[in-house]
Ligand binder design. Structure first.
Ligand SMILES: [Zn+2]
Length: 145
């Protein structure tokens, strides 16, 4: 599934960039340079950049058009939907999430990371940069439709 999305993003990046001849330093919308007849072309994106590799364009499209997931917030939302909002300790009432985070931040972090791994293997979220940024698959699908 990730490969499929990756391919579609690459296609989108191709569609949004213009082939560029590095030898002659000109844009070559036709795909073959009229000057040197090369079809070994780089990718130009107006106002964004120029590179042999499409990654810069993919990165730009993702950043520009999607909101990365705030993993902490997503995890907290899930926890809030599973547990009572407030927890009573003795005569005191605490916000359940705040209490958990402050009392055992390590356990909180481990559970959060497991939750993110689970969403990833369920293919609900996806990362293209080794776990530093995640996107909802349904957001990506609407971008790629
Ligand atoms: Zn050329």
């Amino acid at each position: 599934m990730k490969n499929e999305i990756q391919k579609k993003i690459e296609q989108l990046a191709l569609d949004r960039t213009i082939p560029f001849c590095m030898n002659c330093y000109i844009k070559v919308p036709t795909g073959t340079c009229p000057c040197c007849h090369s079809d070994d072309l780089a990718h130009w994106m107006d106002g964004v950049g120029l590179d042999w590799n499409l990654n810069f364009a993919i990165e730009y499209i993702l950043q520009d058009e999607l909101t990365p997931i705030d993993t902490e917030e997503a995890f907290e939302d899930m926890i809030r939907s599973c547990y009572p909002e407030e927890t009573v300790v003795g005569w005191m009432k605490f916000d359940t999430c705040d209490l958990m985070k402050s009392q055992d931040p390590i356990s909180w972090r481990i559970a959060r990371d497991e939750y993110i791994d689970e969403l990833t293997s369920d293919e609900q979220i996806v990362t293209f940069d080794n776990d530093s940024t995640y996107y909802w698959v349904h957001d990506l699908e609407s971008l790629l439709e």
